[in-house]
Design a protein around this ligand. Structure first.
Ligand code: ZN
Length: 387
């Protein structure tokens, strides 16, 4: 009897897990538009909306498993499908479209052969998307900031921001290494090392594989009371010979064309996640930046120097490795902020180094050394001012 009970419980648990999965995704042409079908193991709340520039349809579901094959190629007008965790509690599907579309209807119907459920979304092509959202998924909780650790008077708060995550993988490269994983692994290692030292507290903007908007990263940094904000990234380049780490600070005018290109691509992260691009129509924000950035700017520049100094002994560096451009994630007006590109995943040596545990530990150690150097230098400067 007990054995039967165990078996029953096991089946129940198994079917409960299976029920929250996406089993299949299809797209088919339909008069004047297309039909998107998502096969689900069970009835789930959902939210569907369309976006323009570029044209996309977004389907949000509660966190679930993915057991579907890729979207089969078809003449449905869907260019590609991306999917992954958007927030800890939301799984997001983004259908990139070849033309603008509005959502005509969306609804849940019985699954094939009477099992499971099917979410059916009908698109009308050639129409501009409306602001309307279809579905019944609750807006959900915002990504919760890690509560800042209790602060002792002299603690330095360092916020490490692992770039990308969730639905946004960032750059990818040699051997299939993905930027979002490299960034998080290095951030975690650096946190562990820094917190072994007295007087340092470290807050990570994300501790798991989730998507965060750039503005949310800035907000988390400020909410944590950051004394220094370091956004961690890895780059890729069409020329696979280009390699080495580099450091970036915020500036209105990019230091060079490459820095401008990089800022453009990093600023697209929000778009990849299915949202709007940061920037535009934020005059007040810009004025605030202007006023407060002057002080933070000098300190950001000093931090970049100190990090480069520490990196130089352990890593290859990009030519003229200190650059600046308009990175949205560095726009906290009052927090010294830098962005580090750990290397180029498109370069074989860099990618192998950053895919490797020892390589990540080495670069994390260098970041920690740079942080210490920065705060020691700031102390010295303060002491000199007081004398
Ligand atoms: Zn990046």
């Amino acid at each position: 009897m007990r054995r039967i009970l165990f078996a029953l419980v096991a089946i129940l648990i198994f079917s409960a897990q299976a029920s929250a999965d996406v089993l299949g995704v299809r797209a088919a042409p339909k008069a004047g538009g297309a039909r998107l079908v998502v096969d689900l193991g069970n009835d789930l709340p959902y939210r569907v909306f369309a976006l323009s520039n570029p044209s996309r349809v977004v389907i949000d579901l509660p966190k679930l498993g993915w057991r579907a094959q890729g979207l089969p190629g078809s003449d449905s007008g869907v260019a590609s499908l991306r999917h992954g965790l958007f927030r800890e509690d939301i799984y997001r599907l983004v259908f990139d479209l070849k033309q603008s579309a509005a959502i005509h209807s969306a609804g849940m119907i019985a699954g094939l052969n009477g099992s499971g459920r099917r979410l059916v979304v009908d698109l009308a092509y050639g129409r501009a998307p409306t602001r309307a959202e279809f579905g019944n998924l609750a807006p959900g909780t915002k990504a919760k900031p890690t509560p800042p650790p209790p602060r002792r008077p002299k603690d330095r708060i360092v916020v490490l921001d692992a770039g990308h995550g969730g639905i946004d993988p960032g750059a990818s490269g040699y051997g299939g290494v993905r930027e979002k994983e490299v960034n998080l692994a290095v951030a975690r290692a650096a946190k562990r090392m820094l917190e072994d030292l007295p007087g340092y507290r470290v807050v990570l903007t994300r501790e798991t594989d989730i998507f965060l908007r750039l503005r949310e990263r800035v907000r988390l940094g400020r909410a944590a009371g950051a004394d220094l904000f370091i956004s961690i990234h890895a780059d890729s380049h069409p020329d696979h010979a280009v390699n080495g780490a580099s450091l970036y600070t915020l500036s209105e005018r990019a230091s060079d064309a490459e820095a401008a290109r990089l800022a453009r691509s990093e600023n697209l992260a929000d778009l990849v996640g299915g949202g709007d691009v940061v920037g535009g129509g934020t005059e007040v924000f810009d004025i605030l930046i202007d006023l407060a950035q002057r002080d933070a700017k000098n300190r950001s520049s000093a931090a970049a120097d100190d990090l480069l100094f520490a990196l130089a002994g352990t890593q290859p560096l990009l030519q003229s490795p200190k650059r600046s451009a308009g990175f949205a994630v560095l726009k906290a007006p009052d927090v010294p902020s830098v962005l580090i590109e750990l290397g180029f995943l498109s370069n074989r040596e860099d990618a192998l180094r950053l895919a490797d545990r020892d390589g990540r530990e080495r670069i994390a150690r260098a970041i920690v050394d740079g942080v210490i150097r920065y705060f020691d230098g700031a102390n010295t400067a303060r002491a000199q001012q007081q004398n």
